[in-house]
Each structure stands twice: as structure tokens, then as C-alpha cells.
Design a protein around this ligand. Structure first.
Ligand code: AMP
Length: 307
């Protein structure tokens, strides 16, 4: 196993202008590992309650995701309820029920401790730290978080930031975390807290990668039909980390490629509710949309303006 993820495995209820769903499979680690499974071996660490459907676990196992670190405990699965307005850009959280995550104490199986690449998915930062304490010497550790934790557990989150190589956040979270309204300043402020790289996801306006002094931008794929943005961020991170782990390289060229792979996976995710679309992809569909991204960004050099 080369990529380890800890995060939420959830039952989501989502309302978007295009429909409603109740208690569908979701969670940061679920989207992440499904997306990353197209590129590399993934192991998932999380907890579920008695009510989590076995078919969703079978789907993950079927795509090679190692679930030996997944615990099923008495009680209800983590639940999140969110709503999107007409522009679909920001999720409004209506309800968060931690349920079995409240008393979760992650114990990594021995095989997970040697993971080279680690993703601390959106979850209580104290749990992210506990996982980090149990991995031996990872090459690259990335994390995600959200306003719920930025406001609720700022101290633990600071400690996470000091120990990671990269942070994935959306623009509202980057602003909340840094106290800067300008995104470039926000990224610099976050880098000063620890992670040398920051990816800032901006929904339909694409994603920015800050890698040391280098800045890279990938647009979002211009889709005619967007049903449900839930999971786009985690599918992005899954594609990014999956690609980096597959290549085994951390140079800027690989990270830029990974940003586009992440954008490809996010663009597929939002086409349907829950994991419906990310589950049914093929290497060919991924490669085809990657080429469409290349075409979106290709243009000829400028003729000399003067002289
Ligand atoms: P995103 O990829 O950013 O759209 O994340 C969506 C997923 O995050 C949903 O499937 C939710 O179950 C999960 N989620 C929402 N709030 C939290 C939270 N406070 N902690 C962990 N996971 C959450």
C-alpha cells in the first residue's frame, strides 16, 4: 500500500436546485479513496456505524481499497446535511452529527504504518494528529479541513498544519484560516503556518496550486450539467494524491499534472449525486478529459508587440 487516507465515511443528505437525496453514501475518505483508486493502492482508516450499507464497502473493496483499518462500531454513522444555492459554489451546512466519530480512536494496522503518502481527510484535527503519530516516516503528508474545524478546533488544526507538507482548502476556508481576503496573501499566510504547498479549490473557477514560489492554475471543466458539488474537493485531492503516489515524484511538473488530474476527477464527481459518477469511470474516460483540459489551456505565443 502506498497511499493512506483517514477521513469521514458518511451518510449525506443533500439539497441542490436539481434535487434532494437522503442518507446517500458520502464522506471525505470515501470520495478520496474512490477517486485515488484509479491511480494507486489506497488504504482507508475510518469508523462506520451499524447502519452503513455493506454494498458501499463491497464497492470500495472491489476497486482495491484496503479496508483493514475500517472499524464498524455500535451506533449511527457520521451524518452531514448540506444545501447548495443556485450558483452551487458553496455548501451551506445544515447539520453535522459526529455519531460514531465522537469516540473514535484510530489504530493503524502494522501494514499502514509504512505508508509513503498520507492524506488526512476532512475530520477532527485531533484524529488527524493521532494518525500522524502512528505513521513511521512518510515521504509526503497532505491534509484537508473545513470551517467546522477551523472554528471548532483551531489549536489542534495549528498542530496539524505545522506537521504537513501540503494543505487542500477551498477559498472560503483559506480566508477563514489566514484572516486574509486576498487569495494569494491567504496562501502565503497558510504556507507560513507549515505546509510548503497549498492547493486552493475555487469551485467552478478552478484550482490554484502554490508550490514554493511557483503558482499554477487549472480551470474547472466547463460542464453544462452540474448536479451536486458534494465530494468535488475530495475527488480532487484523491486524483492529486493518487497521481503523485503513482509517479513517486514531488517536483513541480508532477504537482501541476496532479492538479489537472484532480480537476478531471472533480469534474466527473459533480455530474451526478453521491459517488455515482466517480465510481463508474475508466482510465480511458480520465485520459480523454485530461486531454480536453490541455486543449482548454492551449494557446499560441504572442507575436512581438513592439519593434
Ligand atoms: P467536499 O469534497 O469538500 O465537498 O466534502 C464533502 C464531504 O465532506 C461530504 O460527503 C460530507 O460527509 C463530509 N463532511 C462534511 N462536514 C464534515 C465534517 N465536519 N467532518 C468531516 N467530514 C465532513
Amino acid at each position: 500500500m502506498s497511499l493512506l487516507v483517514v477521513g469521514s465515511v458518511a451518510l449525506d443528505s443533500v439539497r441542490s436546485p436539481f434535487g434532494d437525496v437522503t442518507d446517500v453514501v458520502g464522506g471525505s475518505a470515501t470520495y478520496f479513496s474512490t477517486s485515488a483508486s484509479y491511480f494507486t493502492d489506497v488504504a482507508l482508516v475510518a469508523v462506520i456505524g451499524e447502519d452503513f450499507p455493506q454494498s458501499a464497502l463491497d464497492d470500495l473493496t472491489g476497486r482495491g481499497v484496503d479496508l483493514s483499518g475500517m472499524m464498524r462500531q455500535a451506533g449511527r454513522t457520521f451524518r452531514w446535511k448540506g444545501e447548495y444555492g443556485f450558483d452551487l459554489n458553496e455548501a451551506k451546512t445544515l447539520d453535522t452529527q459526529l455519531n460514531v466519530f465522537e469516540a473514535f480512536n484510530p489504530e493503524l494496522p502494522a501494514s499502514h504504518r509504512q505508508a509513503e503518502f498520507v492524506f488526512l481527510g476532512n475530520i477532527d484535527p485531533t484524529l488527524q494528529l493521532r494518525v500522524l503519530d502512528q505513521v513511521d516516516s512518510p515521504r509526503f503528508v497532505a491534509a484537508d479541513t473545513m470551517n467546522f474545524w477551523i472554528q471548532g478546533k483551531p489549536e489542534a488544526l495549528r498542530q496539524v498544519l505545522a506537521r504537513i507538507d501540503m494543505l487542500f482548502v477551498n477559498d472560503a476556508e483559506a480566508r477563514a484560516l489566514s484572516g486574509e481576503s486576498n487569495i494569494v496573501k491567504a496562501a502565503a499566510a497558510i504556507r507560513a503556518m507549515g505546509p510548503k504547498r497549498v492547493a486552493i479549490k475555487r469551485g467552478e473557477y478552478g484550482a490554484l496550486l502554490f508550490d514554493g514560489e511557483e503558482v499554477f492554475f487549472a480551470p474547472a471543466y466547463p460542464l453544462e450539467e452540474v448536479f451536486d458539488p458534494t465530494g468535488a474537493g475530495d475527488s480532487f485531492a484523491g486524483g492529486f494524491m493518487g497521481w503523485v503516489s503513482r509517479q513517486g515524484e514531488l517536483d513541480n511538473a508532477t504537482l501541476c499534472q496532479a492538479t489537472v488530474v484532480g480537476s478531471v476527477m472533480a469534474s466527473y464527481c459533480v455530474e451526478r449525486f453521491s459517488l455515482e459518477r466517480v465510481r463508474e469511470l475508466t482510465p480511458d474516460l480520465i485520459a480523454r478529459r485530461f486531454e480536453q483540459f490541455q486543449r482548454l489551456m492551449r494557446f499560441s505565443p504572442l507575436e512581438p508587440l513592439a519593434g
